[in-house]
Write a new protein. Sequence first.
Length: 293
Amino acid sequence: MAAPPPSYTTAPVDAPVYSETLAPTAGVSDTLPGYDASGAPFRSFVACPGIEDTLPNHFKVNDNYIKPQVMPSDLQAHLVLLGAFHRLREEVRTFKGKADLPMEPDERWAVFLQRAVYRFEQWAVRMIGGEGQEEVLGEGPKVLTPNEVPPLDVLMVWHTYMLNPRTYYEDCLRKLPGLLRMGQVSWEFLNVQLASSVDHETLLPHLPSDARSSAFISFTGQPFDYTLNTTSEENVAVYCPSCSQPNPIPWITYKGDGFAQRGFGCVCTNCRFTFSRETLGVRKFYEDMEKCI
């Protein structure tokens, strides 16, 4: 008959006791400290009633004992963020307001994502610190302040970006030193700074403080509140890959050649050079290669 699973109400007989008064074992360094409610990190994210946020003070993995790395409240905080992203997606896809251009739900979402990526770039470069701002950033790790926490659409792009760690790290090395200084996003940061900006009941973002909203607007030149619908009158400045002059280009057009659409194409108003998204990609690749030579 198989032995019953161990009970976690008390420590196993052969488990070491982690306490501050425990003398170090001969030949063993870095003894794991105790982990209880008094030593747990502070979190501003409040778990829902009924969520049990206590775990054993250690787990046995092979012959080693390790502390819990993730708490139930951490998981709930992450699920709140994911739920907010999902709600945002559905709000965009099922937009019922007045739109000057008819679009399918997936097309409307694709346009929204293009604008969210642009807003993320403005936030990461201008507010957090882009290429050439290393001296301003100084040395040492960077800590995101409450007023630097971006809107939900920018958070969504940032979250997705970090799901590709190699690409994220390489891009941070090349052009996003501010994000590089922040390093790996911890669960504590996820709880305190990010998940706490979303209501865990409605999954809607909390209203930002005036200071947070003003900081985002002044640094990025973008409104803090995102728009669910894009009109043909809204433009974005795109720099010509030939003469480097800015061109005001609509996000969407009736012909489908807006900057956020698949058929994007433009003739520079300054040098008359015709370029597309592929041309812009070649120019960016050339600039990256030039810095490496």
